[in-house]
Design a protein around this ligand. Structure first.
Ligand SMILES: [Zn+2]
Length: 447
């Protein structure tokens, strides 16, 4: 007995070959076929016709701080995965820090998985962490299925996840290159941060001056040299400084195995608009000027920047004091990334095909998840149904993440998520979320 088939139809289905009218046949949780819109559905199949609403692949967000266990008052797997599902995301990869324990040993990974298993509304994978002294733990974490390893070059904000110095970075990357793993890097150079004026008080300009572009640029330049020397795969997290784009583009041309992400806040918010004391906009590296943002969009358009991911990093409200020096650095946007980016992208002449490439296909490829990130036969039947011409105004209270704080409060955005589908099951109908049916993912093993 095979599963009853499901057919999802839309006049606008975003496929790797472009957007077109199509019928997507789902069987056993996978996409079995993508057929012409008017094709007769198989006998007995259930048909859902979305009309002019757009059928997208479920988004893949490879940069989420879930903080569970240990800082569950900041966020947790239950709330984070509900926010993701409501925002059209069907796969997330959890960052190794801000939870207690951090994901820096295989035993800690087991702890995280045990906590996540029953709470995951979408599919969840894990990054490992590279910190001083845990080189011996990297291979066991890799074998246990993490998608790669995160390190910081400057203080992370939490004591249990220290940064690595250049020697420790080289040791970790050498080990990771030995099994052809992936190192993902928070690239801000600590020397330049130390030399910059200390941030304090409510003025955003003072905070911005404390995290200069050169700190990102030099850290990335050093990483490129190291990746080249060790023939290692590296990924630059949350790129904010557009000044680094030419050197990244040059490295890519020379065959250095480097990829880059940026985030909705760098691409849709600007330093000029941030009010004094508004630390819901604080993150590291910081949101920069409008001209910098324009250059980041050029980097996306020409392929220098590969993907857009949230870097959702919430905290409790009491840690978001009005002092930019003291406040927790992190922006909450898990549920809003798609509409925020779509609103800006359409304004700049980009299509939903571009948005899908940046927010689904490329992040899936980054972590080797061939089953995710595109509507084509053989992939998981993960979908988002979007009304791209419809707008809504962001009400923080309506968001699913734990602490109702966001830099997008009050913004009017294009793109209403009508429903979200995970392996052929509707998990979000636009108002209600089902019980958790997400799976814990491991890095696919290559033959
Ligand atoms: Zn982060």
């Amino acid at each position: 007995m095979s599963e009853t088939e499901l057919v999802l139809r839309s006049r606008r289905v975003v496929t790797p070959e472009g957007t077109r009218a199509a019928s997507v046949v789902v069987k056993d949780g996978r996409i079995a076929a993508v057929l012409p819109y008017d094709d007769r559905a198989p006998a007995g199949a259930r048909v859902e016709d979305f009309g002019d609403d757009v059928l997208l692949p479920g988004l893949v967000d490879t940069h989420v701080h879930v903080n569970d266990p240990g800082r569950t008052e900041w966020e947790g797997f239950w709330t984070a995965t509900r926010a993701a599902a409501a925002g059209g995301i069907t796969t997330l990869v959890d960052m190794p820090l801000n939870s207690l324990p951090p994901t820096t040993t295989a035993a800690h990974l087991d702890t995280k998985r045990a906590v996540a298993r029953s709470k995951a509304h979408i599919d969840v994978g894990f990054w490992g962490g590279a910190i001083p002294g845990n080189v011996k733990d990297l291979r066991p974490l890799h074998d246990a299925g993490v998608f790669g390893f995160k390190c910081f070059l400057s203080p992370s904000g939490v004591d249990e996840f220290p940064e690595v110095d250049q020697q420790q970075l080289a040791a970790a990357l050498g080990e990771i290159a030995g099994f052809d793993g992936l190192l993902i890097v928070h690239a801000e150079d600590p020397g330049h941060l130390d030399a910059a004026p200390e941030p304090h008080g409510p003025k955003y300009a003072d905070f911005l001056a404390s995290r200069p572009r050169i700190s990102e640029n030099d850290a990335i330049a050093g990483l490129i040299v190291l990746a080249q020397r060790l023939d290692a795969r590296v990924h630059v997290l949350h790129l904010s400084s557009s000044d680094a784009l030419p050197l990244i583009a040059a490295a890519k041309r020379e065959g250095v195995r480097i990829t880059v992400e940026s985030c909705p806040h760098f691409l849709t918010l600007t330093a000029e608009e941030i009010p004094d004391g508004a630390t819901e906009f604080k993150c590291c590296p910081p949101i920069r000027e409008a001209a910098n943002q324009d250059a980041l969009w050029e980097g996306l358009a020409d392929g220098t920047i590969d993907c857009i991911v949230s870097d959702h990093s919430p905290s409790t409200a009491d840690l978001k004091t009005a002092d930019f020096g003291a406040a927790w650095g992190g922006i909450s946007s898990l549920q809003l990334g798609l509409p925020a980016i779509w609103t800006e992208a359409r304004e700049r002449g980009h299509t939903l095909d571009d948005v899908v490439r940046w927010m689904a296909t490329a992040p899936a490829a980054l972590v080797g998840l061939d089953r995710k990130g595109a509507i084509e036969p053989g992939r998981d039947a993960d979908f988002t149904v979007l009304a791209p011409e419809e707008t809504f105004t962001v009400d923080p209270q309506a968001l699913q993440h734990r602490n109702k704080i966001t830099a997008y409060a009050g913004k009017t955005l294009y793109g209403v998520v009508r429903s979200t589908w995970l392996r052929g099951r509707r998990i979000n109908d636009g108002t209600t979320l089902t019980e958790p049916t997400g799976e814990l993912l491991e890095r696919p093993h290559r033959p």
